[in-house]
Design a protein around this ligand. Sequence first.
Ligand SMILES: C[S@@+](CC[C@H](N)C(=O)[O-])C[C@H]1O[C@@H](n2cnc3c(N)ncnc32)[C@H](O)[C@@H]1O
Length: 212
Amino acid sequence: MKTEANPIRGPLNAWGLRALEGVFERTLGAQKRRLFIDLPDEVVELGSGPGSNMRYLRAGTRLTAVEPNPAMHDLLRASAAEHGVGLTLLAHGAEGIPLPDASTDAVICTLVLCTVSDPTAALAEVRRILRPGGQFLFIEHVAADPTTHPSLARSQRILRRPWRWVFEGCELHRDTASLITEAGFDSTDIHSGTARPAILPIAPMVWGRAVR
Ligand SMILES: C[S@@+](CC[C@H](N)C(=O)[O-])C[C@H]1O[C@@H](n2cnc3c(N)ncnc32)[C@H](O)[C@@H]1O
């Protein structure tokens, strides 16, 4: 399934994500290094953005990037070249990945399931393209728990609509852990916590792996 990016917000988001790479490195870099440590030589990534995760891949990795926003593509190519990553670019949404069944051992995604319009369909696609034993590795921001983090939950509630408009459909209120748990993987290992230093509305995070 091909999706259209907004002609103004698409490039703005590409520029903004590139500008925030240092912040995401400070916030999530250590976690990403731990999570991605044993990736195989061939990896599929959902929503690669401007290539923020290239720095965590071994040089020589062959990456298939599923990235529907064309404004990201030149940045992605440049980042792949800089980090010695072989890039195949698929300008599609994760809800319809043009790859065969059981064709990869690893799918990664960071801060993407908040934005895909049908995360259940995207997770079904991840499961479909993974070989048995293959892994889905993710870090996603999620809805704050109002009992433990009432002010975060309130800020998410207040910002929800403008945030979704500015960030091309990004939802602050998704229960992504439940979506992954219910996606039919053989096993899941999901952790949750609050990112520090935080970009507040997206501070509540889940991360981990699901095995096909
Ligand atoms: C917040 S950015 C995250 C980018 C990058 N993964 C990172 O961690 O910096 C969300 C990305 O998901 C992409 N995206 C939006 N809808 C998508 C979809 N349906 N399928 C795959 N990617 C999508 C956006 O274009 C954007 O690059």
